[in-house]
Design a protein around this ligand. Sequence first.
Ligand code: GLU
Length: 468
Amino acid sequence: MDKIVTRFAPSPTGYLHVGGARTAIFNWLHARHMKGKFILRVEDTDMERSTQASVDAIFEALEWLQMDWDEGPYFQSKRFHIYNEYIKKILDSGHAYYCTCSPQEIEAMREKARATGGKPKYDGTCRDKGLSKTENAVIRFKAPLLGTTVIEDDIKGKIVFQNTELDDFIISRSDGTPTYNFVVVVDDITMGVNTVIRGDDHVMNTPKQILLYQALESPLPTFGHVPMVLGSDRTRLSKRHGAMSVTAYRDMGYLPDALINYLVRLGWSYGDQEFFTRDELIEKFTLTHIGKSAGIFNPEKLLALNAEHIRETSPAKLTSQLLPFLKSRGCGAEKGPYIESVIKTLNIRSKTLVEMADGAMFYFEDRVSYDEKAAAKFLKPIALEPLKRLIEQIEAIDDFNAKNLENAFSQVMEITGLKLGKIAQPVRVALTGKTASPGIFEIIEVLGKEKVLSRLNAAVQLIMAKEQ
Ligand code: GLU
């Protein structure tokens, strides 16, 4: 079998949304699974709607998803010389012709068709006139008048179109620019793309494209039209259903692997398995298990899957993903064993990196910033005694390990006659500034003796200052 060549061909008319990302992921995964090639092509021939900002946003999203491409990015706007060559080829072979009908004449044809209940389409006035190029002439494809055009779709099965439904569509406008379906086909032919996976909103373009392949005597690629992603109310996914852009998920603290896992599962299955690492997806993904029905985007499920990916990702790997969130909070954390041990205390309780960063800040502060209510409630004179006793006990520890720490707390309980809960809460506020945090022993171990003592002493000072 030939090497599989897939492509992702976004139109840069906005950010990369999750539906588009899923199409990209399917193409990328198929290429990776088959050890084929994945091409990136920017379909920017619509000058009015394409923007550089959108191109940048799409690349940024793909890079964040770590979807590496093997060839490209190609830009259609830089390939007009190739399209012109193919326009000449298709004209020379007699599969296309110049048409000089004016817009008014075309409108009249349509009106006439509508009036008689027919489909508004071009009536073939210039089809057999053998016109040559003149100003304002368009070039039309000579579509077959009878018969059928069939898509053997890898996902949807066989789709049959009656050729009577098609008309002689324009492939080159009066200003000489080629039209969408034509450039897509020329690109896919010249780039050697043999597998086209795209959203099923393109199904209606496919018969036209198939006819162009045939006219250009090129083998057809395999087509797979993926059902749309819908919102919870089964309408097409839109802003009403929540965040749509891939980078919005990045900014909300999702892991790229979690988003990829979620989007792939939303339309593809492998038994009941929900959780997949990136490597597992590459190993297991096949087009045959893409479903025929639309996927319903469920933000809660994505969030739960993200939490699972956070739990399953090694602290070392999470570090580089977490650091930007800490930096944006003004925290000078760096790679190393300290941040990894911080992550170990938070990964089971964080659904997003945003939550994790918020929960991690206290570990890096020089001076704890106390939550007002927490300090008012727990850093009171009654806490002085246990805090002071704990300082004494901790100072005496040489080997700062879990066992010795537990022992230190037991001593304080014994001396003060207080239960662990009564001691732990002021200690927690002293160390973290908050009333909720990872387990007290975990925090103490990570912070280390020096930081713990300095924070406990600061809390004692605060209480004493309040007393005066
Ligand atoms: N540029 C098209 C889009 O963004 C994709 C075309 C294709 O995949 O054939 O929807």
